[in-house]
Design a binder for this molecule. Structure first.
Ligand SMILES: NC(=O)c1ccc[n+]([C@@H]2O[C@H](COP(=O)([O-])OP(=O)(O)OC[C@H]3O[C@@H](n4cnc5c(N)ncnc54)[C@H](O)[C@@H]3O)[C@@H](O)[C@H]2O)c1
Length: 348
């Protein structure tokens, strides 16, 4: 049996620089980077040294190398074609969020992966935050009245000068930043029933939106969630929070990326904010620290341990909801999860 799992990385941008390099180098066990490729030769040179791995000189050669997984961290709107190329070459794939921008792309890729018996995972690391895992457990017993999601982050105009904020490759605050937390809503509360959205550019200039407001109604118990997300705040990221208002308590996931949890019990005399240290983690940035858990789960699964890595297709409802939210704004109406075609400007 294999002792170590090998990875090839496609795309050596910010997410590698800010999070994934550290994770591979210092955090995960029994996994290593075998080859890398980026269009930018300077980046290959830099990471060849840092990872002590082989930098390939073309995409074609990169696809020929033997490794257990290709991890794709290229621009969101390029994921579909890059995953397709990997599948054509019979490679297992782990793709950064969002796995793809369009609903039909995810369905098609899933069919191919199934036919070819290839593994197809994605990274929504915040699902594995201790705080989120604990919240998922305790909300089962609660009578939830409503939910409130807010993302108060900061992105400068510079950030929007490359592929960010463009419909074809990214989308706006919802599809790039907010998607993590909309994914948590789906993870915690199940499939949505309908939603209505309004979008605006408050401070930044971009094709898509820097500010997104929405109301989502979930199928289960018609639970409603109000959503306010923006990258227009200054000077830095403040918070991403999900507040779950229950009959007798308020459960708050907060911190830069829902990495902390506190419970305010309304019926208790003690009015202090009851911060739960055991299930709250310190994070250095909005990337959080849970990439490690995502990759470790995949490695451990390969090494025959009992883990359950997140299949890309399991996030179909999230991709649907993101497209429903945009569609709602552009068609000026509620959009429904059960509509036949959920297509928006994303990816176009
Ligand atoms: N999970 C998270 O918290 C998180 C955080 C940030 C970004 N992301 C996701 O990671 C992905 C990358 O984001 P980023 O901020 O690192 O972007 P980036 O623009 O900094 O990096 C993308 C890299 O891909 C390379 N690339 C593009 N096409 C290529 C090709 N055909 N062959 C080789 N290299 C190619 C580019 O040269 C660039 O270096 C996005 O999908 C984004 O949504 C996830």
């Amino acid at each position: 049996m294999k002792k170590k799992i090998s990875f090839s990385i496609l795309g050596l941008g910010r997410v590698i620089d800010k999070r994934v390099f550290h994770m591979f180098k210092y955090e995960i066990k029994n996994g290593y980077v075998k080859t890398i490729f980026d269009k930018n030769k300077k980046k290959i040179k830099k990471y060849e040294k840092l990872f002590r791995c082989k930098g390939e000189n073309s995409f074609e050669n990169f696809l020929k190398t033997k490794s257990d997984f290709i991890y794709i961290a290229t621009e969101s709107g390029n994921h579909f074609k890059h995953i397709l190329k990997c599948f054509d070459n019979n490679k297992n794939v782990i793709v950064e969020k969002p796995p793809v921008l369009k609903v039909k792309e995810l369905k098609l890729l899933n069919d191919i992966a199934k036919k070819k018996r290839l593994k197809f995972y994605t990274v929504f690391q915040n699902r594995l935050n201790k705080s989120v895992q604990y919240a998922k457990k305790i909300i089962k017993k609660e009578k939830i009245i409503f939910v409130d999601l807010s993302l108060i982050w900061s992105r400068s105009q510079d950030y929007y000068m490359d592929w960010h904020g463009k419909w074809k490759l990214d989308g706006g605050v919802l599809a790039q930043q907010g998607i993590h937390y909309v994914d948590l809503l789906v993870y915690l509360f199940g499939n949505p029933k309908k939603c209505v959205s309004s979008i605006e550019n408050r401070v930044n200039k971009l094709q898509a939106e820097d500010t997104h407001t929405s109301l989502i109604i979930f199928k289960k118990n018609n639970l409603s969630c109000s959503v306010n997300m923006s990258t227009a705040f200054r000077p830095k990221d403040f918070e991403a929070s999900i507040k779950i208002y229950c009959k007798k308590k308020v459960i708050s996931l907060a911190g830069l990326c829902c990495n902390t949890i506190s419970i305010n019990n309304l019926s208790k005399k003690n009015k202090k904010n009851n911060f739960i240290k055991k299930f709250s983690e310190k994070v250095p940035s909005g990337y959080g620290i849970s990439h490690k858990k995502v990759f470790q789960e995949i490695i451990d699964y390969e090494l025959k341990k009992n883990t359950n890595p997140l299949k890309a297709y399991e996030t179909l409802s999230t991709i649907k909801l993101i497209n429903m939210m945009y569609k709602s704004f552009f068609e000026d109406r509620w959009t429904y999860f059960d509509e036949k075609k959920i297509v928006s400007k994303l990816g176009k």
